[in-house]
Design a binder for this molecule. Structure first.
Ligand code: DOR
Ligand code: ZN
Length: 377
């Protein structure tokens, strides 16, 4: 429970031009439990967007040279901190990329020293830079045993990589064939099903115990596969797991806005340059971090569930992972907001954000975090 009660209310419009009261609410600074920062110029460009909204973020380790050891994680964390605007309170939670050479002693040491937050399981070749991932769970059984003992959380990209499994069925097959076995073999392991996309994942999560959680992205709450494929291919909606049928999107919205405690915000914001998205074999990933909080607010508002927003964005992940609530707040105001068309990344081209150039209803007010705003410009 937060000390300070959340407030919902209204405020007079900007200047004297808008006279009606604008809906607004204040939430404890949230957690992004799944984000991709990349490295180099991309890292520098995208970190400030996450740092202005979120008090912490779980940083995915699928960089070009993956984050496989505590030492690499320590260096990467420093690179991230160098990109956090001065004055912002932001804590990157570092993840280790599991593979057949993962060293349980190194991972346990990194966790006990507070360098590493958790570990990520990528089935080999499931998604971006996952070619070094895990082909068979038995490869990492000693690591999973240690993680279970020391209370270190595991995040899973839950998709089957069997080439005979249809892309739209990959999540359901992974749950049935692999996730069930992991949970049976390691009953005390804290597991997050990342970016869930299907009715099957929703039902599996609900039937699971208190050690099983899940994240949901904005795009899987907002769009279905028709949005991506009807009337032409829209590569900026292409991500992994792929967008599903409408019935799945509706199940995700129902779960997220229901007040269920083991589901939480994880944007999976995954920047790829426009050139790498709009080509013959485009990369998977939606870049959403600029306006992430506003997208979730829009969904909760559409579902008449704004009173549940702070649970999803903040309280549920704090409880599940025993994280200390931030003492800072973010104000959300329904005053309209224009998403930038593109973002330039020096030497790397342009990024196209989710809802590029669109007017969206909600705006996060970062006045408590003015330095971040100035640094982004
Ligand atoms: O769409 C995705 N993009 N899904 C992932 O799991 C990885 C991510 C990326 O790193 O590009
Ligand atoms: Zn991801």
């Amino acid at each position: 429970m937060q000390n300070k009660p959340k407030r919902m209310g209204g405020r007079a419009g900007v200047g004297n031009r808008v006279r009606e009261m604008l809906p607004e609410l204040q939430i404890v600074r949230p957690n992004d439990m799944h984000v991709h920062f990349r490295e180099g110029a991309m890292l520098q460009s995208v970190v400030p967007y996450t740092a202005r909204q979120f008090c912490r973020a779980v940083v995915m380790p699928n960089t070009k040279i993956p984050i496989t050891t505590t030492d690499i994680a320590k260096k990467y964390k420093q690179e991230i901190m160098n990109c956090v605007p001065e004055g912002a309170t932001f804590d990157p939670l570092m993840m280790i990329y599991l593979n057949s050479s993962s060293n349980p002693d190194d991972i346990a040491q990194g966790f006990n020293d507070g360098v590493i937050f958790g570990a990520k399981l990528y089935p080999a070749n499931a998604t971006t830079n996952s070619q070094y991932g895990v082909s068979d769970i038995s490869e990492i059984s000693d690591v999973l045993s240690v993680m279970e003992q020391i209370g270190m959380p595991l995040s899973i990209h839950g998709e089957s990589v069997d080439k005979n499994v249809d892309i739209f069925d990959r999540e359901a097959v992974f749950i049935e064939k692999t996730l069930t076995k992991i949970l049976n073999d390691y009953p005390n392991l804290r597991v997050t099903m990342e970016h869930i996309t299907t009715v099957q994942a929703v039902e599996f999560l609900k039937s699971g115990g208190d050690k099983l959680g899940a994240t949901i992205t904005p795009q899987h709450l907002m769009y279905n596969r028709n949005d991506m494929l009807v009337g032409g291919i829209r590569p900026h909606y292409y991500c992994s797991p792929i967008l599903k049928r409408e019935e799945h999107r509706l199940a995700l919205r129902e779960l997220a806005t229901s007040g269920f405690k083991r589901v939480f915000l994880g944007t999976d914001s995954a920047p790829h340059s426009i050139d790498n998205k709009e080509c013959a074999c485009g990369c998977a990933g939606v870049f959403s971090s600029i306006n992430a909080l506003e997208f979730y607010a829009q969904v909760f508002d559409e579902e008449n569930a704004l009173d549940k927003l702070e649970d999803f964005t903040t309280n549920n992940s704090n409880s599940f992972h025993m994280l200390k609530p931030s003492d800072e707040f973010v104000q959300l105001i329904k005053s309209g907001n224009i998403v930038p068309k593109t973002i330039s990344v020096p030497g790397k081209g342009q990024l196209l954000p989710l809802c590029s150039g669109e007017i969206i209803p909600w705006r996060a007010d970062y006045e408590l975090n003015q330095k971040c705003v100035q640094s982004i410009g």
